[in-house]
Design a protein around this ligand. Sequence first.
Ligand code: UD1
Length: 373
Amino acid sequence: MKVVTIVGARPQFIKAAPVSRELRKRHVEILVHTGQHYDRNMSDVFFDELEIAPPAYNLEVGSGAHGEQTGLMLARIERVLEIEKPDRVLLYGDTNSTLSGALAAAKLHIPVCHVEAGLRSFNRMMPEEINRVVADHVADLLLCPSQTAVENLKAEGIVRGVHLVGDVMADALNHAIEAAGNRSRILEDLELAEKKYLLATVHRPENTDDPVRLKSIMAALSQVDDPVVLPLHPRTRRKLAEVGLADQTSNIRQRPSTIKNPRLIPPIVYLDMVRLEQSARMILTDSGGIQKEAYWLGVPCVTLRDETEWIETVLAGWNTLAGANEKRIVELARSFAPPSARPPLYGHGHAARLCADLLDRAGRHPRLAGPEG
Ligand code: UD1
């Protein structure tokens, strides 16, 4: 079977790595990079570090308004699919690359497999929510990380081809933990001590593109007593400059110990991120993936959003929603304490193999994937 996999943004490289390893044992995989993320430290370093085969195609779409970016990808992916004529297209997550891949494949009647299907924030102001809804509605094989995701699909009338496989990010994390401990020097480089600092990330448009929310989050992070390390997404860097907080970005080049909170650093590679996550006293984030990584690593998480797709981590008491509320973030950063119990969530770390198994079955019987399993 020939599978075209479409990736484009940083979290998709991480998700694709374990599935690609399994898939390539059995099938031909043609990897297509849309070029949505193009900075070396947002893209190439992940391919090197995660040992993902170099993409067969890089569509070099770069940044742009959503319509422009999605449209460019759609046209270029269509051309690749016409050349490659795959049996199936494989998509991950909820980015504009996912949306374009879904539309291009569906229009050419190529079956679509969506990994991380069924997630919903129920907030249609998020570009990711639109992308996931569309991808799920054109996919014929929907691989879900949680039972909640399966139920979300059911509520939208999607039951055929739906499977609960667990989360491929858990596979990626399990694969990386040892190497992160052995190879990453990030704690030493940043002069940080185990459990004596917090890790923060901010990149969602709802936070970065709203000056009130962005300033409120930055003000909160500046009031935390322990060091707060914030690897800076390029969008956030640009937006900080726009709201007059450019002086904060200058601390990227200062010596760590002389920096006031938050300590801004450039985007980092996956192993360094895992190392920073596992040694943090707490994580503050608006990322989806990092909420789960915090849970799996047993690190309390404060989510800088008003809702989350990963509700199970909140129900387990290890994650809490703070939105962009300055006072609440400061309080939680001091005092949020999860319970001792941390039940397993999102599968058992072999989601990638299950994805490959289901692709096998579906590949032999296109459009006849089994019922929810
Ligand atoms: C995208 C995804 C988001 C995911 C995130 C991970 C969508 C709608 N969003 O958001 O779900 O969580 O990736 O990072 O697809 N930029 C650079 N260099 C790069 C990439 C981006 O400078 O390599 C800058 C550009 O100014 C660009 C901005 O960052 O305008 C945002 O990039 P974009 O691709 O639009 O989406 P993300 O915010 O990264």
